[in-house]
Design a protein around this ligand. Structure first.
Ligand code: FUB
Length: 312
């Protein structure tokens, strides 16, 4: 009798305080989470994986048509605010490509800028590869209005935006290597030459850049694959565009097969968190992924303690 009571009490306690479980998004596949703190909530802007069907996307490959935004004030209860951008409403995107890959979102002067890559239609450049566009809103959940054209001078995927303490904004993206440039105040045009961040590991694919600053250290974090599966790694600098010093792993390669990982790092209510993805709901097909979150911490010298994924 007593032990039953103890079990019930523990259950009620955890039900009351709420326990975060991975994956955190459970009503659809989701990947490439860009988490941001706006006000007293965390907003997650992920990619939205769907399964390709006849005439819709490429079989056995990534298939993404639109984006949703999710938010929470406790990292346990997540609200899906619905679709914010779809490929059919972006004037420069080739709608039959289903390539709305990893996005990012940032706030500046009360406006929310949502950055997303996709394949352009024939009216834009040579209609090949990936470009990066912007959609702008007055609120973190939209409505977002896509710009007519992608950002000039940028070809690649996985946009990430960082605004430094002095107000200078930077755009990072990837295309095998990682690139960076200053952004103009309007957040939609480059304001410098494009710099290849060549101090990162030279071997293997690097993508999904995510930059943040803590105690004067600029952290360039990125998935890196040398063999088959991506490992989250980081490099540090005293300048947002480097030169960077490679430091090591934030999260090791998944032992169970999802070849991509893609992440973001935020501080919320005095705790740092790593958002990333894994194919929890699709163990045999790793292009149908799910967003996860785990806490992250630093050593006294500013190095990052490796994060061990929390499973369900
Ligand atoms: O989600 C499509 C691609 O997979 C992303 O752009 C990469 O970062 C990888 O996660």
């Amino acid at each position: 009798q007593k032990s039953r009571w103890i079990v019930l009490s523990i259950f009620m306690y955890f039900s009351f305080i709420g326990i975060a479980q991975n994956p955190i998004i459970r009503n659809q596949y989701s990947a490439d989470p860009s988490a941001r703190v706006f006000g007293d909530r965390v907003y997650v802007y992920p990619s939205h994986d769907i399964l390709a069907t006849d005439g819709k996307g490429r079989k056995d490959w990534f298939c993404m048509e639109d984006y949703h935004v999710f938010s929470s004030d406790n990292l346990t209860d997540w609200t899906d605010h619905g679709m914010i951008v779809t490929q059919n409403k972006v004037p420069w995107v080739r709608p039959e490509s289903y390539s709305m890959w990893a996005p990012d979102c940032i706030e500046r002067n009360g406006k929310y800028y949502f950055y997303f890559p996709s394949t352009p239609n024939d009216n834009v450049g040579n209609g090949k590869g990936f470009n990066i566009g912007v959609a702008v809103a007055d609120k973190p959940i939209g409505p977002f209005i896509p710009q007519d054209n992608p950002i000039k001078g940028v070809q690649g995927i996985d946009p990430n935006v960082f605004i430094d303490k002095d107000g200078q904004a930077y755009l990072y993206w990837s295309s095998g290597n990682i690139y960076g440039a200053k952004l103009k105040e309007n957040m939609t045009e480059l304001d410098s030459e494009v710099k290849t961040l060549g101090d990162l590991p030279s071997k293997g694919l690097k993508e999904g850049p995510y930059v943040f600053e803590r105690k004067g250290i600029y952290y360039m974090t990125y998935p890196h694959v040398e063999d088959k599966i991506e490992r989250l790694e980081y490099a540090i600098s005293d300048n947002p565009l480097g030169p960077f010093k490679v430091m090591g792993a934030i999260m090791d390669e998944s032992p169970t097969g999802c070849w991509t990982n893609h992440h973001s790092i935020i501080e919320f209510k005095n705790q740092w968190y790593l958002f990333y993805h894994h194919n929890d709901y699709s163990p045999t097909f790793d292009k149908a992924r799910s967003v996860r979150a785990d806490s992250l911490s630093f050593n006294l010298n500013g190095t990052i303690k490796k994060v061990i994924p929390t499973l369900r």
